[in-house]
Design a protein around this ligand. Structure first.
Ligand SMILES: [Zn+2]
Length: 395
């Protein structure tokens, strides 16, 4: 499998370069979708496209009956202006495949080719999930709503996905863990309602600014006093806004924060605790606060048995040096979490640090300087195909 994937690398790399040149943002990715459909055209797959988004769902039927597994690659790019230098650099100003999703798409096409070449040995079906809108738009949830888990008929029994990283892991190294793999990410917006007035007579007004400042600090006390240190919560107030000039007390103040949690318990508890705190800090000063808590992606959680499978398959494919058990989760968030809420599966990271770059210092994903090594494609496609075969062999 590994040798076949390596032999196919020129084709997967060419597709990756074509995708990288035409990055698209969001749920509607017509150029990307066209490249995927063209690449799959001669593989004898059952192909469907999405309604609410430009997804591609392809079903590969094995030679014999059996269960169905799902492999996923996300397709969307980011509003990042790519730093010039790459031979196949973005041709869309201000848009870049800075998170490596071009490798995910090309790697999944590569996996489809590896599986199609082994169709007669396969007992069951493989659903290939090409997904737009990973960057904050819940594309995976939309595809679930449109039936991706039942695309082959019977519901899929397991699902696998991976994410490349342009630093931290050297190219080809696969890393994962059982249980929480990535954080849940929510957004909270607090408005403190006061009453504006002259800055020299604050007692005649209701100043929302010190109340907002109090809420910001109280949030950090809440994190350390109300949550278990071994089940951490991150609250970062990234945006705060109030007033117009020094001698005017404004009517209100606004705070916006990201909330990262790593377990179902903290994910469930965070909204009420944050709302209670903001409302009561405001009340203590005689003001009111309204709290708008928006759920983002849930925790990405790997099934223990499927995480074991990922480790075993990666070691078999790449040798013992090809697998690293992650010591802790990654505080980023990922919408493959919606799939893993529905079916057992595993999501792993794959090193794609360019040769010669130091994994400790190379620019990370989302940087305009992020560079991903093509060589990771052969590892990624072989790993996904091998995971599908390994699970289907269980019946
Ligand atoms: Zn990403």
């Amino acid at each position: 499998m590994r040798a076949d994937a390596q032999a196919d690398l020129p084709r997967t790399a060419a597709l990756r370069h074509a995708l990288h040149r035409v990055p698209e943002i969001g749920l509607d990715l017509p150029d990307t979708q066209r490249l995927v459909l063209d690449a799959l055209a001669d593989l004898d797959l059952e192909v469907h496209t999405g309604r609410a988004l430009s997804s591609v769902t392809a079903v590969l039927r094995g030679g014999r009956p059996g269960p169905t597994v799902l492999l996923r690659g996300d397709m969307d790019a980011l509003p990042v202006a790519e730093e010039p230098g790459e031979e196949f650099a973005s041709e869309q100003p201000g848009v870049m495949h800075a998170c490596g999703h071009d490798l995910h798409v090309a790697g999944l096409v590569g996996a489809a080719r590896l599986l199609a070449a082994r169709r007669d040995e396969i007992a069951g079906s493989v659903v290939l999930m090409f997904q737009p809108g990973e960057e904050g738009l819940h594309g995976a949830r939309l595809m679930i709503e449109e039936g991706v888990l039942e695309a082959a008929g019977p519901r899929v029994v397991a699902a696998y996905g991976l994410h490349v990283v342009s630093s931290i892991l050297p190219t080809g190294l696969v890393s994962g863990r059982a249980g929480t793999m990535m954080a849940a990410s929510d957004t909270v917006r607090v408005t403190v309602h006061g009453r504006g007035g002259h800055a020299s007579k604050p007692h005649l007004a209701q100043d929302p600014v010190p109340v907002a400042a109090g809420i910001v600090l109280a949030l950090q006390a809440m994190v350390t006093r109300q949550f278990d240190v071994f089940d951490p919560v991150v609250v970062t107030v990234g945006h705060i806004r109030a007033g117009s000039r020094d001698n005017v007390i404004p009517d209100d103040a606004h705070i916006e924060a990201t909330v990262r949690t790593f377990s179902a318990a903290t994910h469930a508890a965070a909204p009420e605790r944050i709302a209670r705190l903001a409302e009561h800090v405001a009340a203590a000063h005689g003001l009111t606060a309204t709290v708008d808590y928006e759920r983002g992606y849930p925790v990405t959680s790997n099934d223990a048995g499927e995480a074991d499978r990922a480790e075993r398959v990666a070691r078999a494919l790449l040798g013992d040096a090809g697998w690293l058990t992650a010591g802790e989760p990654v505080p980023g968030a990922e919408d493959f979490s919606y799939v893993l809420q529905e079916v057992p599966g595993a999501f792993v990271f794959l090193g794609a640090t360019p040769a010669g770059d130091d994994p400790q210092t190379a620019p990370y994903n989302h940087s305009p300087r992020a560079r991903f090594a093509d060589d990771a494609l052969a590892v990624g496609s072989a790993l996904l195909a091998a995971l599908a075969l390994d699970r289907l062999a269980e019946g």
